[in-house]
Design a protein around this ligand. Structure first.
Ligand code: NAD
Length: 477
């Protein structure tokens, strides 16, 4: 199969094309130069640093791009991948700017990347690389709770964030807010409950909101609701695994899954148990040859029949070469940039609904925002009011029992009785964020003749909010 990759724009050009499409709709609304200012990356830091690994030195290439300073701090993950380059990090940083605006998270966009294949290094070597990268960021004032706050992305997680915060705190012992220099930290190191699953849970909330619209679903030949929908997922890392788990917990049927080594298609008719698939992978080193499943090659996952396809691995996997073969009715973009602009047009023309990355995977940064707020306020969510709410509900139940003469059974009482914990508050804040943001985007899509798809609508919403912010600053009066 030809991929026609040479005919496609780079990742950063792709994001700019999406931006330009929305900007063309808004161009008469703003002073000259404002849209250009929003589009361009503000600061790019490209670095090389040496690391002694064993008896030889290796020179590591790394980046931090701050796309927008219209709100501070900047915010965005750090990626470890051999494919990291300036174009990719810039594209990801700009997506962060638009994403934060769409979900009303008060940050400018940023992104970092280290060009390594993390699987080739042991834990000690990865720690040294991470700590050295953090030191480089500190030296150039590219990290800090009020400057720029990284988070996990492809190839990184809580472990790397723990090394980053430890390094930052070591260099900034007098900064009482130093723990807010990075998010996605382990809970024991000032992280927040619910962050690890946040992007996957946000993908679920956003998709659930999209499939709740009867008119939109009728146009796709689908009924409303997640329950019973067939779901196929590419990539079972942080985002893919938690998306799979939460969709299945809510009644979706996981009919196809893929990882680096290939694709598996369920033949049991019941759908995959994601925990059992992960156990199989741990034991055998692969998801392939899973019982009652057909094994196919890695890219076959994108062309399976299903209601919802969730690409949750890397960018540009749906391109001009395979877009016409996509049979899903909805593409829920959990990864950043999984669909190229040419492919996006083909999918839209083919009547497929694409729920765009720039909105749909914002759950991670939303809960990162909650973590940062927690770090700055130095108090766990729920600590001050959990018992208060519990007591208030208890009193209410007593009043109802006294007024009705009926006794509420103990399990219902216990359920009604419990005050919200930190994770309850985080999930509720995330749910509210994803629902409200979808409604904003959907309204722009449905009420503007010129806006033909959800992605363009999402960029229009982002432009409106960022422009208002610049104009509020008096920079573009
Ligand atoms: P991860 O490293 O935890 O997982 C990615 C998984 O994809 C890995 O298991 C990898 O083996 C697999 N993979 C790589 N290439 C593949 C291929 N061709 N086919 C199938 N599987 C493949 O990364 P992650 O944090 O889950 O990030 C995944 C995507 O989601 C990225 O695009 C990232 O930018 C985006 N994202 C992540 C977050 C977050 O909070 N982690 C937030 C927003 C967006």
């Amino acid at each position: 199969m030809s991929t026609n990759k040479n005919a496609e724009p780079s990742f950063n050009q792709a994001v700019q094309l999406y931006f330009e499409k929305a900007a063309a709709i808004k161009k008469d609304s703003y002073p000259e130069g404002l849209l250009e200012q929003i589009r361009e990356a503000n600061s790019v830091y490209r670095m090389h640093f040496p690391i002694k690994l064993g008896d030889k030195y290796e020179v590591i290439e790394a980046y931090r791009v701050q796309h927008s300073h219209h709100k501070l701090p900047c915010k965005g993950g750090i990626r470890y991948s051999i494919h990291v380059n300036q174009d990719e990090v810039t594209a990801l940083a700009s997506l962060m700017t638009y994403k934060c605006a769409i979900v009303d998270v008060p940050f400018g966009g940023a992104k970092g990347g280290i060009k390594i294949d993390a699987r080739k290094y042991d834990e000690y070597q990865l720690e040294r690389i991470t700590r050295r990268y953090t030191t480089e960021l500190i030296k150039k004032n590219f990290i800090g709770p009020s400057i720029d706050v990284p988070a996990p992305d492809y190839g990184t997680g809580g472990r790397e964030m723990a090394w980053i915060v430890d390094t930052y705190v070591t260099f900034n012992p007098n900064n009482i807010d130093a723990y807010g220099c990075v998010t996605g930290k382990p809970v024991q190191q000032s992280g927040i409950r619910g962050r690890v699953e946040a992007t996957g849970r946000g993908v679920f909330f956003g998709t659930r909101e999209a499939v709740s619209n009867a008119e939109d679903m009728a146009a796709l030949g689908l009924t409303t609701g997640i329950e019973g929908k067939s779901v196929v997922i590419q990539g079972l890392g942080n985002v893919g695994f938690h998306s799979a788990r939460i969709f299945a917990e809510n009644g979706a049927i996981l009919t196809g899954l893929s990882e680096y080594e290939g694709t598996i298609v369920d033949e049991s008719g019941k759908g995959f148990d994601i925990h059992d698939v992960m156990r199989h992978r741990k034991e055998t080193g692969s998801i392939l040859n899973y019982p009652n499943a057909k094994s196919l090659d890695r890219n076959a996952v994108l062309e399976l029949e299903c209601d919802i396809l969730i690409p949750a691995a890397i960018e540009s996997v749906i391109h001009l070469g395979n877009a016409n073969n996509v049979k899903a009715k909805i593409i829920a973009e959990a990864a950043n940039g999984p669909v190229t602009p040419g492919a996006h047009q083909i999918l839209v023309d083919n009547g497929i609904m694409v729920i765009p990355d720039v909105y749909l995977n914002a759950g991670g940064v939303t809960v990162s925002y909650f973590e940062w707020v927690k770090n700055l306020s130095h108090v766990r969510f729920g600590r001050m009011d959990k018992r208060l709410r519990q007591n208030a509900r208890n009193k209410m139940i007593n009043v109802i029992e006294a007024a009705t003469g009926k006794t509420i059974d103990s399990s219902s009482r216990q359920f009604a009785d419990e005050g919200p914990s930190e994770v309850d508050i985080v999930r509720s804040g995330l749910e509210e964020t994803m629902i409200s943001a979808y409604r904003d985007i959907h309204k722009v899509w449905r009420e503007n003749e010129a806006v033909k798809d959800l992605r363009t609508a999402a960029f229009v919403v982002a432009i409106e909010k960022i422009a208002a912010s610049y104009m509020g600053l008096g920079i573009f009066p």
